[in-house]
Design a protein. Structure first.
Length: 312
């Protein structure tokens, strides 16, 4: 295998996006330790690998399903030949002919399959709570169905909902495997849960024409950019308010670090209110600020509760 092929396989996995999934899982695990004072390293490590595998399965198969839209996309944000955190329109690996669609689809399905034995180990070797496998299966189904048939949620105006549900299940499962069922992780992680669909909507703005031409019915395609700009503003505003429980519960100066993602979200929502999403250059800056907040949210929340647990 040549270096060009190896590089293509690295690029198509969209490694820059994986921290979104990994840090969300870590957040759920930290909250479990904070709340229940229990932590199983075997469960954590196996589940973390499972999260990575499922995420890889999502990114690879989604690349195949979105090929037509990515091929038509001339307005994508980000480097044309790469995939950063704020890029839209896929990695362009398939569009540029660097890999074959059938190979990427097969490897994507392999990554989904690799998560299964890890789930069995967590459930039966480490004796995790009884709903571990059902939660894992539900997460895999939702993740797979985001763009893959027969549901293809992202093509039916349900992509944003399925993406939000995926993170709800991810954070809830991370907490549950360590400490059992509770609403606590969902209350604390609400800023994360709300900003996931919000940033998905934002990413759809530059992809609007390509998505419409390829038959991908995102919310922006269905309702238009102006209405979905208002939805983005609403979701981000509610998410900013949703940081309050962390300050109220911890009553710690450590919680101040959550003002950092809140600052980035504010930088993204103010120009949206002013209608700057109509300008491509301004829209790219809005996306960078929004995704900065998205990435930082689970990190600062996890650090807050970790520090409070250790030193509070």
């Amino acid at each position: 295998m040549s270096w060009k092929t190896i590089k293509a396989w690295i690029d198509v996995q969209q490694i820059a996006r994986h921290p979104n999934d990994v840090f969300s899982f870590i957040l759920g695990s930290v909250l479990a330790w904070y709340q229940a004072d229990t932590f199983h390293w075997g469960i954590f490590i196996c589940a973390l690998f499972a999260v990575f595998f499922i995420a890889n399965g999502i990114y690879l198969t989604n690349e195949v399903q979105d090929y037509e839209g990515d091929r038509l996309n001339k307005e994508r944000i980000g480097n044309w030949g790469g995939m950063g955190l704020t890029s839209t329109g896929g990695s362009q690996v398939l569009v540029m002919g660097r890999l074959q669609q059938k190979h990427v689809q097969r490897v994507g399905m392999l990554f989904f399959a690799l998560a299964i034995p890890l789930g069995l180990i967590i459930q039966f070797v480490f004796d995790a709570p009884p709903l571990t496998i059902p939660l894992g299966v539900a997460g895999m189904i939702v993740a797979y169905s985001y763009s893959n048939p027969p549901i293809k949620a992202s093509y039916r105006g349900l992509g944003e909902t399925f993406m939000m549900l995926s993170y709800v299940l991810l954070i809830l499962a991370a907490y549950y495997m360590q400490a059992g069922l509770s609403w606590f992780p969902l209350v604390i992680a609400l800023p994360r849960i709300l900003t996931v669909p919000a940033l998905k909507i934002l990413r759809e703005f530059p992809d609007y024409l390509a998505d419409a031409a390829s038959g991908k019915r995102t919310l922006v395609v269905i309702f238009g950019q102006r209405k979905m700009a208002l939805v983005y503003i609403m979701l981000i505003t509610i998410a900013l308010v949703a940081f309050i429980p962390t300050f109220a519960i911890t009553r710690s100066p450590f919680a101040i670090i959550n003002l950092v993602p809140a600052f980035f979200f504010t930088l993204s929502v103010i120009p949206m209110i002013r209608g700057h999403w109509k300008n491509r250059v301004a829209l790219e800056k809005i996306c960078k600020s929004g995704f900065g907040g998205l990435l930082l949210t689970p990190i600062t929340l996890a650090i807050t509760f970790l520090l409070v647990k250790l030193f509070g």
